[in-house]
Write a protein that binds this ligand. Sequence first.
Ligand code: ADP
Length: 540
Amino acid sequence: MFMLNIRHILERARLYFGRKEIVSRTDEGYVRYTYRDMFDRVCRLINALEGLGIGYGDRVASMAWNTHRHLELHFAVPVMGAVLHTVNLRYSPEEMIYTINKAGDRILFVDPDMIPTVRKILEKLETVESVVIMSSKGHEDLGFNKPVYIYEELLEKSSSECRLRDIDENSPAAMCFTSGTTGFPKGVTYTHRGIFLRSLATCLADTYALSERDVILHIVPMFHISSWFMPYAATLVGAKQVLPGPRPKPEIIYDLIKKEGVTVSDGAPTVWIDFLNYLRTRGEKNIEPLRRLIIGGSAPPKALIKSYWELGVEVYHAWGMTETYDSAAAFTRPKSYLEDLSEEARLGLVAKQGLPFPGIEVMVVDESGKPLPWDGRSIGELLIRGAWVVEEYYGDPEATKKSFLNGWLRTGDLVTIDGEGYIEIVDRVKDVIKSGGEWISSVRVENEAMAHPAVLEAVAIAVPHPRWIERPLLIVKLREGYAGKVSKEDILGFLRERLPKWWVPDDVVFVDEIPKTGTGKFDKKVLRERFKDYYRGSGL
Ligand code: ADP
């Protein structure tokens, strides 16, 4: 049987796209090379890893940004049959220790700017035998109690001749942990087959439509579900790839788009909100040659989608979870016969989470697990299964039992599905606001609030209320220059025109910063705790 594995993706790039470029921003400057060069270095890395004793099934951890070296690890580790565990750099030290020990990682590959973090946690890492610094020089005298190697020195000493193994497609290739908003993070394992099929699916003309002609800028961090596995899809089609390196700020993103001819990029709404702001401050009306943005991870506000349309950029809205190999579970593009909709209706459609990818199946069920109709009104939990949906949590039978129902993953998302099959998220089960027995969609409230020109970010949370059990409170971060110029009443008045009366929050709190989770989402748990007494004494 022909194996759908990562070896095939790598070899295809060498055979057919050997001259195409990969550009990487590192803290030692820009690196520019071809797929042929990458292949050569991946072979060296495989030999180096074998020299360090890594074999089939071993776990190798990375704590790294989006660079060519991290890309090389994404090929070398799974192609030799080992498993790449990308550690989330936004985790707390405790979460890093927990996940690395749980995965049983044997080697830690580390970007130079993560050295201070490694110094803090290394003593507590039970299975890590050595550390590799992902740079070309220095760092020998770190005083670590484990052997330290330098990435470029390891490669230099290794042969570029290697035999690529044909790994069984059901073998694990990578692993990641959920963001841990509820307790400690849960681990998931991704297979060669799942990554292969997911990559192929994102190249379909009706999905992300990735092609050899694209220049793809990977903004989603590789430490977050391997940059949504986009580097594999990009390699599969032989597209030019641009890796933005440590902490890519809007000015870096802008430069890379212009200089490298980027046509498509991806990321969470917050990144593209910041970028839009940057364009506005510069008075930029054009962001050519960028043509498509794939936005997911949380709901992109309609105002954001519209602003990019005005700049000539299509927004492709994607939905997914850590458990579904991230944002390739559902995807919104209007069907051909829906394309003539008014702008407002088209906006409404694109803001929905969309249709499942081919290879993915969904249902919406009520609390007893009974399927609900696809009428765009009945709200229930979304269940999902498919070719790249995990079937268990790593070493955690209890969490597995809780989250899976007869082979379906319980997403924890409350949704409607309309007659055309488009899914719309109303809320997450744990974020829902239930006021006087009625549901209020925090997603809708936030979406409308972020359409206000002065609002940069908005979060609606449920706060205990003596009369209504819960009432929504809106937490707002204003755009620069608006502090003191916009009142709570301005924002509430704006919402009154757009939302059902009882959905309008009772109050607005302005903050300088909105706390975010390890995956860059608004951390509602922290906010709910901070404001839990806000409505005490109201309403009675
Ligand atoms: P966690 O579930 O731990 O927050 P994930 O990254 O797996 O971390 O998040 C998955 C969740 O993120 C989904 O279940 C959904 O609630 C939310 N999400 C992801 N993409 C979207 C989107 N396009 N629109 C709205 N919510 C989204």
